[in-house]
Every structure is written in structure tokens, then in C-alpha cells.
Design a binder for this molecule. Structure first.
Ligand code: C5P
Length: 287
């Protein structure tokens, strides 16, 4: 049995790519699979945590058992979801987004709910990961979310491969190929990890970094710049680990607050790496 180092802890994890709309049928994204974040969600549950997993883009992985999953597409929506989950202000199963992007939420369940907030738009996914779920099961899930309302997170783990840029404005209609050349105007996306971390000093915040050189120097730079407690880095110049691979190898660095030496996790499955990371986090918060 796994030591319950995260018993009673509430963990919010971001995973997968983000999808940034160009027009109603096209988008910018990346090849992130979401495997590391999903493996971490499983490992944190095994260590006794209560886990909310925010999956970006179109992650095609089954929802781990006993994990609350919220599907979003863009970085902006992921930030809103993360803020609400970390603050415990996500009401029932649905998150509040400012804009309606209905055509992109093709994988939501499309259940309608009788809300008092009738002016607002509700998106997101209950995370049951099962499109055939009956309304009865769905309602049970709603209640469990009600019970969890206003419970703040203890730990935030950002594994998502957030698009650095998004289109300045998504075209409302499909763009026609009438021109020989076209230019997309891009603007920077918010840094979800830094935004959450800098706004929540009590939260234990874990970042990930993919580097091709000077892993330690860049990782320590991000620890400080984003005010993280811990950062896990992999060397993406190695073809055998990271991204879509089932394997990973990592170096873990801690904020100076913890007086802990760096840890090297040898190449193994993402599931094993996730178990090791969950116990490293458990030890660090127990310090
Ligand atoms: O700065 P860099 O993209 O290398 O940082 C990687 C870390 O920051 C990862 O933990 C990633 O999930 C997070 N991140 C984020 N929002 C962004 C960019 C990165 O949460 N816009």
C-alpha cells in the first residue's frame, strides 16, 4: 500500500495542451499528451489526496478513478478553471467563463442546469469521463461537488503545455482561402502557474520545465521568477523521454525555503515518476 503522505490534501493539477482558436474550425496547439498530469492525478489519489484535474485541449485519456476532471480548451479558460478550483469557488460542477465558445465545447455533456445565475455561461465538464453517464449519476456528482464548495486547494501542480501565444481575436466565421498569404496576429497567453503561485502564498506550488540545455540554471530561474516551491525538469533534447513518450526522467529542485537538495529521478515509466513526485511533495509539505 502507498504511504498516505497526501491524506486530506486537496490537489489541483493542470494537464495536456491548450487549444487556441483561429476561427470556428481551426486552432493552434501542441503535441502534449497529458500523460504526466494524468499519472500524477492517479498517484496523488493513491497517496490519499482529493484531486481536481484540469485537462486542456482535447486530451484523449480516460479520467483516473476518484478524480474530478474539468475539460477546458484555451489557456484563458484553463486559468479561470485553475483559479476557481484553487480558491474552491467553482460552483457545483460548472465553471464560469466570461465568453461563450460553444462550438469548441463539443466534448462537454451538454446538460442544462437550473441555476440561479442565469445571466452567466457555464462550461466545463463534470469529469465523469463517460459520455453515457445517466442523469442520475450526474446528479450524484453534482452533490459531491456541492459538498466540496469553498474548500481551498493545498497543492497546485502545473503540468500543462500551455500555448505561449493565442490569436489576438478568433475569427467569428471560417477564414476563406482567398489570399496567397496571410498573417496571424498573436498575443501572449497568461502564465497560469505564475499567476496562481504569486497570488497564493500558502499554496504548495509545483511547476514543470522542459529544457534542452542548462537544465538546472533555467529551472532555478523559474523557481524564483514564478515563486514555486518545487520544479521538476526533463531534458527534452533526449528523444527517449518526455512529451508523448510513456517514459520520463527528471531532476527536481526546491525553493531555498526548504533547504532540500536536488533529487534525480532515473528514467522509468511516467506512472513511476508520478508516484515518486507525489511522495516527494508529501515529504516536502510534511516538513
Ligand atoms: O516558462 P515555461 O513555459 O517553461 O514554464 C513551464 C511551467 O509553467 C509548467 O509547469 C507549465 O505548466 C507552466 N505554464 C503555465 N502557463 C503558461 C506557461 C507555462 O502554467 N502560460
Amino acid at each position: 500500500t502507498t504511504p498516505q503522505l497526501l491524506a486530506g490534501k486537496r490537489v489541483v493539477i493542470t494537464a495536456g495542451p491548450t487549444v487556441e482558436a483561429i476561427d470556428p474550425v481551426r486552432y493552434l496547439s501542441n503535441h502534449s499528451s497529458g500523460k504526466m498530469g494524468f499519472a500524477l492525478a492517479r498517484a496523488c489519489v493513491a497517496a490519499g489526496a482529493d484531486v481536481v484535474l484540469i485537462a486542456g485541449g482535447k486530451v484523449a485519456l480516460p479520467t483516473p478513478l476518484n478524480v474530478t476532471r474539468i475539460d477546458v480548451l484555451s489557456a484563458e479558460d484553463m486559468l479561470i478553471a485553475a483559479q476557481q478550483c484553487v480558491d474552491g469557488t467553482h460552483s457545483e460542477l460548472q465553471l464560469v467563463f466570461e465568453d461563450e465558445h460553444d462550438h469548441f465545447h463539443d466534448h462537454t455533456h451538454g446538460h442544462s442546469h437550473n441555476h440561479s445565475h442565469s445571466e452567466e455561461h457555464y462550461h466545463g465538464d463534470c469529469g465523469c469521463g463517460d459520455d453515457d453517464v445517466s442523469d442520475h449519476d450526474h446528479n450524484d456528482l453534482l452533490h459531491s461537488h456541492d459538498d466540496n464548495q469553498f474548500v481551498k486547494a493545498d497543492i497546485f501542480i502545473a503540468t500543462a503545455a500551455v500555448a505561449d501565444y493565442r490569436t489576438e481575436e478568433a475569427a467569428p466565421q471560417k477564414i476563406k482561402k482567398t489570399q496567397d498569404a496571410m498573417t496571424l496576429s498573436l498575443v501572449k497567453n497568461p502564465d497560469i502557474l505564475a499567476t496562481i503561485s504569486l497570488a497564493h502564498s500558502e499554496l504548495f506550488v509545483v511547476g514543470f520545465a522542459a529544457e534542452t540545455q542548462d537544465v538546472e540554471r533555467y529551472a532555478r530561474g523559474k523557481l524564483v521568477a514564478k515563486d514555486l516551491d518545487m520544479i521538476a525538469c526533463n531534458d527534452v533534447s533526449r528523444a527517449d523521454i518526455g512529451f508523448a513518450s510513456d517514459d520520463n526522467a527528471m531532476q527536481v529542485f526546491f525553493s531555498e525555503r526548504y533547504e532540500r537538495d536536488a533529487v534525480t529521478l532515473e528514467k522509468t515509466s511516467k506512472d513511476k515518476i508520478a508516484e515518486q513526485l507525489a511522495s516527494i511533495i508529501g515529504q516536502a509539505i510534511g516538513q
